[in-house]
Design a protein. Sequence first.
Length: 297
Amino acid sequence: MFRIKKLAALQRQCMAITLPKNVITTLALTLGLTLALVGCKVSNESYSVTLSQGMDESAGPVPAYIISTPSATYYLEKEGGGLSSMLDKDGIDWIGFNNIKGSGWKGEYRGFPNAIHKQDGSYFHAMNAGTDAANSEVVIENKNHVRIAFTSANGKWVGQWDFYPTHCDFTMTQISQGYHYWVQYEGVPGGTMDDTDFWYNSATDTRHPINDSHKGDLPSPEWYAFGDESSPRMLFLLNHDDDTYPDDYVSRPYMTVLGFGRQGKNKFLDTPKTFSIGFIESVEYENVSDAVTQVLK
Ligand SMILES: [Ca+2]
Ligand SMILES: [Ca+2]
């Protein structure tokens, strides 16, 4: 309405001083374009991704890259190269890592992607007593995208993190030849693991209690989502490939154990792959399924 009124007023003014019609058109188009650009700018600003560095207090404290987005705040632990915390819009941490040795499922085992375990080292896990160190570099830092790459201390593995307004992608870009990895969400839906927590996945549109397990390869697109009855949102995990490897889920007393490319203790992934993690502001299966599918577009 504002734009129409402005244009009409401009046209009246132009006519009053009897400008040629093509000049009026040019002025009107310029004003329209300016308003449109102002509109774009406002909308871009509401989708910013910011990077800072500090400590993840609840995890140790441990040193972390802190990536703030409109949908989540990520704490990427700097020595190990895995997420130690992931806060939703209400400040609730759905990962719940801490580095206390012996805390097991209550802390030190938690995280994402917890990808390389006793292969050519143990990497891409928030630093605990069993994790090997990795070196990191900020590769891209702009308004809507932050990229951080981690290289394992032995130089054999490279993992790339891409943070966007709506989600985060983890890509294993280099694999140590002859070894395998998996990509896991070992966390706490809604801040703690409760019997009333639940999950969905791409194999079934039924709401499963958190203690139900799932075995086998998921249908495409391969995804899981985890919820808590007191939360209006779910945390999702998505494999960007349709592969044939198992994607097993089991619960532990204090955390989830979802592994893409995992069955029991076996790891199956040995090529570069991308996985997403993020929050979806719904707990309805159709909405979650649609939103996850959008990530691939
Ligand atoms: Ca919970
Ligand atoms: Ca699979």
